[in-house]
Design a protein around this ligand. Structure first.
Ligand SMILES: Nc1ncnc2c1ncn2[C@@H]1O[C@H](COP(=O)(O)OP(=O)(O)OP(=O)(O)O)[C@@H](O)[C@H]1O
Ligand SMILES: [Mg+2]
Length: 214
């Protein structure tokens, strides 16, 4: 079995930037890897993504939103992640179940028990080996996004309070599962963070290899 790694954090924290650098690190070493994104990553999931992001869907209830995210996740876990892992690919996911806990659970204030149960069902119990949580002040993150030219979608237009709750939710998750969730100070330089990501990866993958060889 190979590793399953997720990148988490509020918009603009630097996930995509670091994903690219990490992918390059793995590929340069001949380590087979695959990057996927949530919601989406399968043809069914990409169609669900369109519904989730479409600005026309102003009437979407938090419960509908939660179920759509989980539907996309149920598909990608079974269609892509598990089969790829079985064939030895390191699978890296840009957002996964922790995003749902943080955004739908804490941001939209859906009860944490419903979210936990649906995450468990959608992921079929699959948990990441490493989750990098990029922690940053929402003000700094939003300044970073101002320099980026991408069209605003439905999920981008959230209030400051909402993002603050999401960040707190993420930190709560990290506190409950410190072995898996590694909190990265996302205010540091791109190079420093990239180094930290590799150091943690080498620590965890080294342990995996030792366990396998025993
Ligand atoms: N450590 C850093 N220091 C300064 N700027 C950074 C850093 N990391 C990323 N950036 C810049 O911040 C912006 C947002 O980064 P990025 O797109 O990687 O965030 P993201 O977490 O993927 O956001 P989203 O969730 O919206 O996809 C980009 O313009 C990127 O170049
Ligand atoms: Mg991104």
């Amino acid at each position: 079995m190979s590793l399953f790694i997720t990148f988490e954090g509020i918009d603009g924290c630097g996930k995509s930037t670091q994903l690219e650098l990490f992918r390059k690190y793995l590929s340069d070493r001949g380590i087979r890897n695959m990057i996927i994104r949530e919601p989406g990553g399968t043809s069914i999931g990409e169609r669900i993504r369109e519904i989730l992001l479409d600005k026309i869907n102003t009437g979407m209830t938090p419960e509908t939103e939660l179920l759509l995210f989980e539907a996309s996740r149920a598909q990608i876990v079974r269609e892509v992640i598990k089969p790829e892992m079985s064939s030895g690919t390191v699978v890296i996911c840009d957002r996964f179940a922790d995003s749902t806990t943080a955004y739908q659970g804490y941001g939209r204030r859906i009860g944490s028990e419903s979210v936990r149960m649906l995450n468990e069902y959608a992921t079929d119990g699959l948990k990441p080996d490493i989750t990098y949580l990029f922690d940053i002040d929402p003000v700094d993150a939003s300044q970073r996004m101002d320099t980026r030219d991408r069209e605003i979608d439905r999920l981008d237009s959230e209030s400051r309070d909402f993002i603050v709750r999401v960040r707190e939710g993420y930190l709560q998750i990290a506190g409950e599962d410190p072995g898996r969730v590694r909190v990265i100070d996302a205010g540091k330089s791109i190079e420093k963070i990239a180094g930290e990501i590799i150091r943690i990866y080498e620590e965890v993958s080294g342990n995996e290899t030792c366990l396998r060889d025993r």
